[in-house]
Write a protein that binds this ligand. Structure first.
Ligand code: UPG
Ligand code: 3PG
Length: 279
């Protein structure tokens, strides 16, 4: 897709990135709605190893499409999308890099409601926004235990408690995005990103948006999906709680090595003095 002109030349504008796996039914409507968002200069779909016609449908709807030959998970798809945006900008340099607006592929026409998500980032009021979907549309499937787990982990790591921690509909500046790469793997990406963005001192706000996404069911497939989310979030949180401990351990190790090295040098100096005096 060719890049469309941004109405305000002084504004960085938006690059919409959509990770999609087996989304041929909704991706076309999502892409068309995303392309019509104010400031959306490019819509980039990352087909994450789909087994259906997601890539072709997205391309026909006007998106630029990048493909993973095999499924690599949501976090990797988001990173591929951001890398695609960077390559586009390298080819046509701009004064300000575009903000990234991440949307899921299953929003369909409701993606048209994502505009308020970008406003605080475009105005400089926030470095990252997270979408708050209407609760009636959100709560259709399970017991919300995956969300509760992520929420609790983010609060323990940062002191901030998001209402909808899993939400992948989010907008952030490139500076914020670049500072938190690499993202956590798979469905841990959002939880890890929120922790890292906050720890880097960036501002995060949740924004009400009238988006609708496909609810996760309560059948076996739905519960396995939740189990995968849970495992990825647990990993993202464990990595983040471990990092300061590892850094502390690393500092201690370096101190011990330095101390041992200077003790060895002192012993060698003493031995050499003794040898000289003995002569
Ligand atoms: O291996 C995968 C799996 C999914 N997706 C895409 O990721 C998005 C979210 O996946 P979905 O199956 O709809 O998961 P949900 O449980 O509905 O997702 C909720 O929870 C996820 C984190 O656990 C967030 O990424 C989503 O934004 C949030 O709506 C969709 O566009 C998928 O096509 C991929 O790109 N690769
Ligand atoms: O779709 C989602 O956001 C997750 O799979 C969690 O779903 P639940 O809140 O219905 O358990």
């Amino acid at each position: 897709m060719s890049e469309r002109s941004v109405p305000d030349p002084a504004s960085p504008g938006l690059a919409v990135v959509i990770a999609a796996r087996d989304e041929e039914w909704l991706i076309g409507a999502t892409v068309r709605a995303a392309a019509a968002l104010p400031g959306a200069a490019v819509v980039l779909v990352v087909d994450d190893g789909s087994r259906d016609d997601t890539a072709a449908v997205a391309g026909a709807a006007g998106a630029l499409v990048l493909r993973h030959g095999a499924n690599r998970g949501k976090g990797a798809a988001m990173e591929t999308g951001a890398e695609g945006v960077r390559l586009l900008e390298d080819a046509a340099p701009r004064s300000a890099p575009r903000h990234l607006l991440f949307l899921d592929a299953d929003l369909g026409e409701s993606a048209a409601g994502a505009a308020p998500l970008a406003e605080p980032v475009c105005s400089g009021a926030a470095d990252m926004t997270i979408a708050l979907l209407p609760p009636t549309r959100l709560r259709l499937g399970g017991h919300g235990y995956v969300g509760a787990f992520a929420r609790d982990g983010i609060r323990r790591a940062t002191g901030w408690e998001p209402e909808q921690p899993l939400s992948g509909q989010r907008c952030l500046t490139r500076a914020a995005f670049e500072s938190v790469r690499p993202l956590a793997a798979g469905f841990g990406a959002e939880t890890g990103m929120t922790v890292d963005v906050l720890r880097m001192g960036f501002t995060v706000v949740e924004v009400d948006v009238p988006l609708e996404h496909r609810p996760t069911g309560t059948d076996l497939r739905g519960q396995l999906h939740r189990a995968r989310q849970f495992a990825a979030i647990a990993r993202a949180l464990a990595e983040r709680e471990l990092r300061p401990a590892l850094a502390r351990r690393g500092r201690r190790l370096r101190q011990d090595v330095r101390a041992a090295a200077s003790a060895t040098a002192a012993t060698a100096r003493r031995a050499s003095r003794r040898r000289l005096m003995g002569r």
